[in-house]
Design a protein. Sequence first.
Length: 131
Amino acid sequence: RYGDTDLFSSLPAVRSLDRESLQHIVNLCVSSYAPYYALAAVSNRDGAVIAIADAEGSRTAHGANDLQHISIVREPWFVQALANTNQVIVYDASSDVLGEIIDPPSERTIILARAIKGTSGEPVGVWSSHL
């Protein structure tokens, strides 16, 4: 899953932060790798969720449109991913904003996160895979 997170975060379509493309990719990730992923999400560098899996196989309790207002700016894995842009962050979370929407709820979530870099190499967002 580490390699998946690394790969998905570096795809040109992900780096563009185009909402429609991102929605397709997070759905593809979760549906292709079910049941390994509880969800996949992309946020911009300000922590606003741009896309979150709503595909069959995803365990989110709400549709993607209901979740666009969520901010993850204070999540430790998000902060670490932006601070360490060249590595995948592995975070063991007992509580997490996005983890709260997984159905059925999990007492513990493993989150893999990596900064998404723009064309000039600066971080423009974060890809997260939730196991």
